[in-house]
Design a protein around this ligand. Sequence first.
Ligand code: GDP
Ligand code: PGA
Ligand code: MN
Ligand code: MN
Length: 576
Amino acid sequence: MNASLNSWVEEIARLTKPDSVHWCTGSDAENSRLIDEMLTTGDLIKLNPKTHPNCYLHRSHPSDVARVEHLTFVCTRNREDAGPNNIWMDPAEAHRKIDALFEGSMRGRTMYVIPYCMGPIESPYSRCGVEITDSPYVVVNMRIMTRMGDAALKRIEREGKFVKGLHSIGDLDPERRFIMHFPEELFIKSVGSGYGGNALLGKKCHALRIASWQARDEGWLAEHMLIMGIQSPEGQTHYIAGAFPSACGKTNLAMLVPPESMPGWKIWTVGDDICWMQIGKDGQLRAINPEAGYFGVVPGTNRKTNKNAYDMIQRDTIFTNVALTADNQPWWEGMESGTPALDWQGKPYSGKGAAAHPNSRFTVSAKQNPIYSSLAEAPDGVPISAILFGGRRREVAPLVYEARNWTHGVLVGAGMASETTAAAVGQMGVVRRDSMAMKPFCGYNFGDYWQHWLSLEGKTSKLPRIFHVNWFRQDKNGKFMWPGFGENLRVLQWIANRCEGKAGATESPIGFVPAPEDLNLAGVDLDKDTLNTLLSVDVGAWRQEIDAISKYLDEFKDRVPAKLRDEQRTVAGRLG
Ligand code: GDP
Ligand code: PGA
Ligand code: MN
Ligand code: MN
C-alpha cells in the first residue's frame, strides 16, 4: 500500500469525520449495492425496466444544476500564473477557507475513496488520481467516466504519484460552494455541489485544469476537445480533434450519423469532451481520450439528430435532471414522442417552460457507443490530421474556414468566441471570448497557454492543419441556416480532403473558405442564398471582430506572446 495515500486518507477522515471509510474496488457487486442504497434514500429513481433496463434518474438540488464558474478558483503562489482568465485566491487562504467547510462535513455519511485512471490503464499518456467523496452518486458516475478501482490503485502504487481530489456535497448551499484547484500541489478541493462538472473531479478539475498545468510543464496538451475518425468510402481514415465550448456540439459531432446521401462514409468516436495530445515518436500529434464514458447533454437527442446517441442511452444509463412520463420513462425537450408527467424537479408538469432541465445529462459507458473506435483504447492514441475550433455564432463566423498556418491557427483558437449556454450557471446567449473552448478550464494564464501552443511548431514539422467551424449561423427569424448534425460530415469531408491537398478553397482575409462547388452538397436541402451567406466573409464585421480580439489580448498584458500579437496585426492589415 502507498504510504502517502494512506496517510492522506487518514488525515481527511480526521477532518471530515465520516461514520465509515470505504475504498472503492470498482466491482459490479459494489456498484449494485450503492445503487440499491440510493434507491432506498431516493438519490436515484428506477426508470421503466421494460423500456430502459438498468437506467436511473437522479434529481440534483435545483440550485445545483450546472458548473459554477464564478465559484471556481485557481490557487497559485503567484497570482499572475493563474491569469485574468481565472479567479485567483492565495493557496494558504483558500485551504483555510475551504477546510473550514470540510470540518465534520461527512458526519453521518460514508467516505468513499476512489482510485481512478484518466486514460487507458496501460497507456504511458494516462494519469491517475484519487477522489475522496461522501456522494455515492459521484462514485457510480466516476465508475462510468473513468477506469476506477483496483486496476487504477495498482498503477498508483507502482507510480507513487497521483492527483488528490477532495469532494463533499456539504449542505448544498450556494453560499458555501467552492471548487478550488492547487496545481502546484496537484490538489483539488470541491465542496457544496453534487453536479457532475463540479463533483466528478476526474473530469474538468483533473483532466483539464490540473492536467493543462502539468501538460505545459511536460510539453503536451490537455484540451476541451472531441476526437473522431472519419473514414472515406475508399477506406482512408483521418482523425480530427475539435474544441467547442460546453453545449456547442462536441458529443453530437463525435457520434455523427452520416446522411443517406453520403454512402460509404463511416465515423468512429474516440472521445467526446477531453483530449490529451503528445508529439509521438513519429513526430505526429497523437491523442487519447482520458475518459471512459460520456456525460452528455440530453435535450435535443433523438433518432433524427443522433441515432447513435439515442440508441446508446436506452439501457445502463444514469440520467440527471430529465423529466418523467407517466410510466417512468425519461423525457426531454426534442424527444419525438411521449409526454412529460413530472418535470425535472419531480413536480407535475404544468406545460409551461422546459420539462427537462436544459443542462440535463446522461452518464453512459463509451463501450455502449455503437461507433466506438477500435483505437479508442490504443495506448499511444490516434494521429491527429486536423484541429477544429468552433462555437455558437448566430452571425459573423462562416460555416468553415482554414487557417493559413500554425501561428494563424493559434490566433483563430485564441480569439474564438461563442454564445454562453446552460452548461454553466449565468446568463445564456451572450457572446464571450472562449479561447480554444478552455475559458472555464485552463488551469493557468492564457498568455502562457498561447505561448505553449505556439511552441509546438518548433518541436515537429508534422502538426495538424487548423480550421474554424460554425454550425449555428441564424437567419433573420432566428432559424439555424445550416441543417447541422449528420450534414456536418460535408464540412468534415472538405477538411479531410484539404489535409490531402485534394479540395479547393478561396483565399479570404481570415483564411481559406470553400466556394460552394468545393463542398459536396448532393442531397442536402439548402438554397443558393443561404449557402452564399454561410460561406461569405463580411469584411466590415470581421474588422470589428479583430478589434475585439486585439482588446481581449490586451487584458493579458506582457504575457501575450509577441508572435500572436504580430499575427493579429497581420490579419487586421489584411482586413484593411
Ligand atoms: P457538447 O456539450 O459540446 O458536447 O454539445 P452537444 O453535442 O451535447 O450538443 C449541445 C446541444 O447542441 C444539443 O442540444 C444538441 O442537440 C445541439 N447541437 C449539436 N450539434 C448541433 C448542430 O450541428 N446543429 C444544431 N443546430 N444544434 C446542434
Ligand atoms: P460538455 O461537458 O462540453 O459536453 O457540455 C460538460 C461541460 O463542459 O460542462
Ligand atoms: Mn465539456
Ligand atoms: Mn458533450
